[in-house]
Design a protein around this ligand. Sequence first.
Ligand SMILES: [Ca+2]
Length: 490
Amino acid sequence: MIERRSFLKTMGFGFAGGLAGCILPSRYSWADELKPANSTKPNILIIVTDDQGYADMSAFSHHAPDIQTPNMDRISQDGILFSQGYVTAPVCSPSRAGWNTGCYQQRWGHLNWGAKLPPGRKTLAEHLRRAGYATGKVGKSDFGVGYHSHDSREYPLNHGFDEFLGFSSHAHDYFLLSEEIAKRTPDPHGHSAALGPLMHNRSWKEYKEGYTTEIFTDEAIEFLKMQQGQPFFLNVSFNSLHHLIHEVPEKYLRKHGCDPIPNYDPSMGKYEDYYREYAVPDPVDEKWRKLYLANLECLDDNIGRILDALDELRLSENTLVIFFSDNGGSPYTGASNKPLSGSKYNLREGGIRVPLSMRFPGRFNPGVTYPHIVSSLDIVPTCLAAAGIETQEDRLDGLNLLNKMSGTELIPVRSTPLFWRWKKQFAVRHGDWKLLKLDDAKTCLYNLNNDVAEQHDLSARHPEKLKDLLDAYNSWQLEMEASTNQHREQ
Ligand SMILES: [Ca+2]
């Protein structure tokens, strides 16, 4: 992310580096660069993991016995752990569309993987950048299947980020990041995953050696070092723990007793064929759990490096940190969502209830577990409130959590239902109740207060509750369709 700082050096702002070789985003203006810093605004750091299971964070009392995530746990030890934190979809792309905008992605027809990010839907980065924040994104940016070009709205520099290093698609090889491997591969930017150089601002950046979890961490720390004195928004979206889960540095493989699996080589044929073989291994046995644990430990260590950097730079006290997984654990990686049933790719709790924590020194009490329903939709309004930006409540589907989490009495913030629709599945959560319609199955009703694993269908015993939630879903669905039609007409 040296380009912007190099530019400032030439303006006499005292940053290291030179203008030679720099590539400036085309929409930069002198006025933007000369905007005075406002150090009273809090910084915002959002760390997103990929496909992490609900049982795979040791801060939870229900965590799986074989995992330890001491660095992820630091966030909730100093802040709030959410035991009922939901995302808006059981897969990457629509979930990310939801949290980045604070709106149900169904409002513009983003039901599966493929919808775009419409210009009429502002992202958190756009809100914050307009308010004077320096904005950076590192890692995975995913708004639909396929590789997005540098000039598409789905590319981070075109929806609010000043700087970006990562990939704009749903999956990337963890290790294969060189130009040479991309040239030798018949499908380096395949439909399902990519390999080769990372996207870097308006260009590309190759790594002859390296590992994405560590590269993204290095870049995030570099961003933090250079942003002291002005408010920043940094989003670090790791591709860990997405498949290909077996791509892990050797020291972690050794520690967890894993047998290495050879990575792709062009002599094997198409990358997509390799990717599909290891994205859906059969069976997913203890071998894969060990690989998952190795990948998770590397991820946790690197999150620790970012938190350490915040401490060393004396930024922690004025930074709101939000941590969560974009969807539940995948059935193909060895993740665990216990005690929930279901997983990534379905609307059972295991697909949409995720590890979620926040810390905001001086605003959130430390060491609190919040037991009520919250959503990734709440991230945008909460961050806007933290930044002192007037929240356009009528344009957002989430809630501002800021003042609700500050006291000692933890009351439910959400009185209205949450809704999900993904492919043919849909679900409604309201209070203790959940309505669930899976593919080709009857519509079920669960009381999650005493049946968190969704084992006992109560639809026959409580037909009035079933009807209430179904009516609410149908009304929501009509609202989403009307909104989608408006977007189509724009
Ligand atoms: Ca994901």
